[in-house]
Design a protein around this ligand. Structure first.
Ligand code: FMN
Length: 147
């Protein structure tokens, strides 16, 4: 039997990286306000995902209906709080990886060396990642920090 809830048609996933335009000390505050905005807006259009921030970089995964994800990404792309957006992956998805999170988040800190190692990386340079490595890193981080 097909489970329509688990595998909705037109489920779409997009992953991108970007560079924070503010100073490192403003990252926490920016992340807080971005997440507050995101949770509210994403809930309205049933977009879910995860945002990883650190080293002056963002790595974000968005999932939902294709039109909702694209509209959200277009809006995010116009935000002056970041720049140099690199589209790492876009395409149909079988299921949501972060279904319980309108936007989960984690700020990478010194204690996250083990997280990077677990994801097979030594540094957080999201723009250099291919789709598989980016999704893997986000999934490992989500597994640790989203409860
Ligand atoms: C790194 C980053 C990630 C963001 N993620 C989202 C998101 O997932 N959903 C969203 O609605 N806005 C997100 N935003 C905020 C949008 O860019 C935008 O400021 C917000 O949606 C308000 O848009 P509006 O002023 O056109 O209403 C993000 C911004 C940044 C810098």
């Amino acid at each position: 039997m097909t489970d329509i809830q688990a595998a909705p048609r037109n489920l779409f996933r997009l992953v991108y990286s970007s560079r924070f335009t503010g100073p490192e000390r403003a990252m926490d505050e920016t992340l807080r306000s971005v997440i507050a905005q995101s949770i509210q807006k994403n809930r309205m259009v049933d977009v879910t995902g995860f945002l990883l921030a650190g080293e002056g970089r963002f790595l974000q995964l968005l999932e939902g209906r294709e039109d909702a994800v694209r509209e959200t990404y277009d809006r995010i792309g116009k935000d002056s709080r970041h720049t140099d957006l690199v589209l790492i992956h876009e395409g149909a998805a079988e299921r949501r990886l972060f279904r319980d999170w309108n936007m989960g988040q984690h700020r990478l800190g010194l204690a996250d060396r083990a997280l990077l190692t677990e994801a097979g990386l030594s540094v957080f340079e999201p723009a250099e990642l291919d789709a598989e490595a980016a999704v893997n890193l986000l999934t490992v981080a989500g597994g640790r920090y989203l409860r």
